[in-house]
Design a protein around this ligand. Structure first.
Ligand SMILES: Nc1ncnc2c1ncn2[C@@H]1O[C@H](COP(=O)(O)OP(=O)(O)O)[C@@H](O)[C@H]1O
Ligand SMILES: [Mg+2]
Length: 221
C-alpha cells in the first residue's frame, strides 16, 4: 500500500538546517497496524505529516498504491488526503462553537452531497463507534476520551483506507487509552490500515510491527 524510499527532510535553523529525516525507507501492507516509536524530536510527526500529504520531503519517493505522492501539487495533495487519509492527533482539535454532529460532518462540508445524505453519514460513523448518544452535545463539555472518539469519527467520516494517528492516546488516562486502543484494533479488523506514532509500550504492543526512528532513519528492532 505504501512504499517510502530514501526520504529526506530538513528544516531551516538559523543560517544552517536541521536534517530530521536522512533517508527513511518503509513499506506498509494493506491491513497492517504498525507503531512508530522514537525519542521526542526524532522526526515521528515529520514522517507522519509527509505520509498524510500535509508536507513534502526534500527528496526521496513516497508511493501510495503505486501513485507517486512526492510529485503532487498542493491541490492534488489535498485531494489525496481527502480521499485516502484519516488523521488523528493527540489533542483532538474540535471546534468548540459546534456540536458533535457538526464537528464530525465538517469534512463533508464541500462535498456535493445533500444535507440529508451528510446527516446519514454522520449518524452511521457515530453508530459504528458507539457514540451516537453524544450527537447533540457541545464538544467543550466532553471528556478527553469522548472528544478523542469524536475526533476519530470525524477522521473516519469520508471512509479513508489509511488511518494515521500521532500519539492518539498521549493525553488520556490509562483506562481511556485502552478504550481508544480497542477502537483502533476494531477498525483494523474492519480492514483499515493504521500507522500509530506513540511513546507508549502498551500501544506498541497491540501493533503487528514496531518501527523506531533513530538517527534520521527507520529501523525495526
Ligand atoms: N515546521 C518546522 N520548522 C522547523 N523545525 C521543525 C518543524 N517541525 C519540526 N521541526 C524540528 O524537527 C525535529 C523533529 O520534529 P518532530 O517530527 O515533530 O519530532 P517528534 O514528532 O518525533 O517529536 C525537531 O527538532 C523539531 O524541532
Ligand atoms: Mg511528534
Amino acid at each position: 500500500m505504501i512504499e517510502v524510499k530514501d526520504l529526506k527532510k530538513s528544516y531551516p535553523f538559523g543560517k544552517s538546517k536541521i536534517e530530521v529525516l536522512k533517508g527513511v525507507n518503509l513499506a506498509v501492507e494493506k491491513g497492517d497496524m504498525i507503531a512508530i516509536m522514537g525519542r521526542s524530536g526524532s522526526g515521528k510527526s515529520t514522517l507522519l505529516n509527509i505520509l498524510a500529504g500535509l508536507d513534502q520531503p526534500d527528496s526521496g519517493i513516497y508511493l501510495y498504491e503505486e501513485s507517486r505522492i512526492t510529485d503532487k501539487r498542493m491541490d492534488e495533495l489535498a485531494n489525496f488526503r481527502k480521499k485516502n487519509i484519516g488523521f488523528i492527533l493527540q489533542n483532538y482539535p474540535l471546534i468548540d462553537s459546534k456540536n458533535v454532529a457538526e464537528n464530525v460532518g465538517l469534512p463533508l462540508r464541500y462535498s456535493k452531497k445533500s444535507n440529508k445524505q451528510r446527516e446519514t453519514e454522520v449518524t452511521q460513523v457515530l453508530d459504528t463507534l458507539g457514540i451516537n448518544y453524544l450527537k447533540h452535545r457541545w464538544v467543550d463539555m466532553l471528556s478527553g476520551g469522548e472528544a478523542q472518539r469524536v475526533a476519530i469519527a470525524r477522521a473516519l467520516v469520508q471512509h479513508p483506507d489509511l488511518i494515521l494517528a500521532d500519539e492518539p492516546t498521549g493525553s488520556l488516562d490509562e483506562e481511556t487509552e485502552k478504550d481508544i486502543l480497542d477502537l483502533c484494533k476494531r477498525l483494523n479488523h474492519q480492514g483499515k490500515t493504521i500507522i500509530l506514532v506513540t511513546h507508549d509500550q502498551h500501544v506498541a504492543a497491540v501493533c503487528h510491527k514496531v518501527y523506531y526512528i533513530q538517527g534520521g532513519t527507520v529501523v525495526d528492532k
